[in-house]
Write a protein that binds this ligand. Structure first.
Ligand code: ZN
Length: 187
């Protein structure tokens, strides 16, 4: 800096005002440095915040679990209270369906004989059977992914094929799939 000032004094260099849409070389260095700082820190921080909030949201989610083997066990449970190995307390089966309907509604559907179920009730049973297969294979991991907002079963399966641990990467995958589902609902 001193050299610049000395040169200015000696009139070796002169100050000119440059009107330009582009940054001058020196400004560019400053802007690049700032940009690098924002690009590195801000998005990484944002990513961590969104992962942490997704984690809190999904683990606080309450789902109705139904044992599709004995059909005796039907209970609304907050996900955070579930063990890693999700099994039926009555018959020890791992075929636990995950539904978003209240417990009494699910019980009503499963108490009815197959032949008297309405089309919608049959769909609920079908969904319980499909999700039970995922829970049997992946345990708590499947219950968490199934709690993702508006995710199709195929998307849940895709995540479960890739992720085998409950960690930040899993929650990041769920967030990405939820974003995709959100754009889908606009079309
Ligand atoms: Zn059971």
């Amino acid at each position: 800096m001193n050299t610049v000032l000395n040169n200015l004094k000696k009139k070796a260099i002169e100050v000119r005002i440059v009107k330009s849409d582009e940054a001058t070389p020196i400004t560019k260095i400053g802007l690049d440095k700032m940009g690098r700082r924002y690009n590195l820190i801000a998005p990484e921080k944002m990513r961590m915040i969104s992962i942490e909030s997704a984690k809190a949201r999904l683990l606080n989610e309450v789902k109705t679990l139904v044992c599709t083997s004995c059909q005796n066990y039907i209970q609304m449970v907050p996900i955070k209270e579930l063990p890693t190995n999700v099994i039926c307390p009555e018959c020890s089966s791992g075929k636990i369906g995950v539904l978003s309907y209240p417990e009494h509604e699910v019980r009503k559907i499963f108490d009815k004989g197959k032949h008297v179920r309405s089309a919608r009730e049959k769909e609920v049973e079908e969904y319980a059977l499909k999700t039970a297969k995922l829970v049997e294979a992946h345990g708590l991991l499947a219950v968490i992914v199934l709690s993702g907002k508006n995710l199709r079963l195929s998307e849940v399966e895709e995540i479960l094929a890739k992720e085998h641990q409950i960690n930040d990467k899993l929650f990041a995958q769920i967030i990405t799939a939820e974003k995709k589902a959100l754009t889908r609902s606009f079309w």
